[in-house]
Design a protein around this ligand. Structure first.
Ligand SMILES: CC(C)(COP(=O)(O)OP(=O)(O)OC[C@H]1O[C@@H](n2cnc3c(N)ncnc32)[C@H](O)[C@@H]1OP(=O)(O)O)[C@@H](O)C(=O)NCCC(=O)NCCS
Length: 339
């Protein structure tokens, strides 16, 4: 695709030189002016884009100006549920902005998405805390290209280690309400004995975490999908730390999961936390997160910070995170439009 001397071309993630140039531009664009941006390392990205995944197909592309990479984009196509949906991201390094690069990449996105027979576009815009969203380039861009704001999450960060007395206080507070439950933790893949139930917990996140006005179908998980996602995580060089709560009858009532990238071991990322509806109200969310934070710090004393994302309307989850000591860094807005 060409416009005003700018050209957009697909990038082969197996072509190391081309993929490196894509990654450099994507990282510079996505991270600009943000606090401690949570961008993927080259190695993590390479695995994600090179490995086939039966749930999700990714494509990457760059904008070229006279052969020089001036912007980067990606498209993500869910393959099981959400057949109408296409997730996208467009990143332009600050020194290349305000010349139409982002718009040319957006036109390419719409052409590719139409060619795939899909009709809904979804993207995320991160706005640092304290910035007026109306002045933020990503918000202006999404608005100008016809997307509307559907949901807002806040990205919070916890500095580690958390004072052990504080963790003790929170753990005993939670235990007063959750004394019938037993917590157990592991590193790496889910033990076989819990895999069936655990796959169902993974699926629940797509229905139980508040999505605001985002149009997104429920995910269907089985053990094969769980194992594939674990293999992908291991291939990316991440270790998962998981804590589950077991009810007296052996039901896995809830879980929480942290991911540590091996090539950036100063940080960790919160993945799912979920308690089944019939087991809510026992402070299991707090109990799980306290225990998992302890497991992580014991295994990785070098981890200095954990990032987490929660919808602003997710009162119970936000309350747990605030009690633990998480502090707001930025908003993570979800923007969507029909094509
Ligand atoms: C959002 C982002 C992709 C925009 O990239 P960009 O290349 O600056 O986009 P464009 O140049 O097409 O448009 C930006 C502005 O430049 C203006 N513009 C476009 N061509 C221009 C030109 N030739 N001369 C002057 N201004 C121009 C546009 O009208 C637009 O103005 P506005 O902000 O007042 O609406 C970039 O800021 C970015 O990478 N942000 C971080 C990631 C992100 O938030 N991405 C969006 C969600 S996927």
């Amino acid at each position: 695709m060409e416009s005003q001397g700018l050209k957009v071309v697909a990038v082969d993630p197996h072509d190391a030189t081309a993929f490196r140039a894509w990654h450099d531009a994507a990282t510079a664009g996505a991270g600009a002016d943000r606090p401690d941006p949570p961008v993927w390392s080259y190695a993590e990205a390479a695995v994600s884009y090179q490995r086939p995944n039966s749930s999700y197909r990714r494509e990457v592309f760059v904008a070229l100006d006279d052969g020089v990479v001036v912007g980067a984009g990606e498209l993500g196509l869910p393959l099981r549920e959400n057949p109408q949906l296409a997730m996208f991201e467009i990143d332009v390094p600050p020194e290349r902005r305000n010349r139409g690069v982002g718009s040319v990449l957006f036109t390419y996105v719409t052409e590719r998405v139409r060619a795939e027979g899909r009709s809904s576009l979804l993207t995320e815009v991160s706005v640092p805390d304290g910035i007026d969203p109306a002045d933020w380039p990503g918000v202006r861009f999404a608005t100008r290209h016809g997307l509307t704001l559907r949901n807002t999450e806040l990205r919070r960060q916890l500095r580690l280690p958390v004072d052990s007395l504080h963790l003790d206080t929170l753990a005993s507070k939670a235990a007063q309400h959750a004394s019938d439950y037993r917590l157990t933790s592991w590193a790496g893949p889910c033990p076989d004995e819990y895999a069936e139930q655990y796959a169902q917990l993974k699926a629940r996140l797509s229905t139980d975490a508040p999505l605001g006005e985002v149009e997104y179908e429920a995910e269907v998980w089985d053990v094969a999908r769980l194992r594939e996602s674990e293999e992908q995580t291991i291939a990316q060089g991440r270790t998962l730390y998981t804590t589950i709560a077991l009810a007296p009858d052996g039901v896995v009532a809830g879980h929480t999961q942290l991911a540590v990238p091996n090539d950036d071991s100063a940080r960790a990322f919160q993945w799912d936390t979920l308690v089944l509806p019939e087991h809510r109200g026992h402070r299991l969310g707090l109990a799980l997160k306290v225990a998992n934070t302890r497991e992580l710090s014991a295994a990785h004393p070098e981890v200095e910070r954990i990032d987490t994302w929660n919808a602003v309307q997710n009162g119970p989850m936000v309350a747990v995170n605030v009690e633990l000591g998480y502090r707001i860094l930025e908003a993570s807005q979800e923007w969507q439009r029909d094509l």
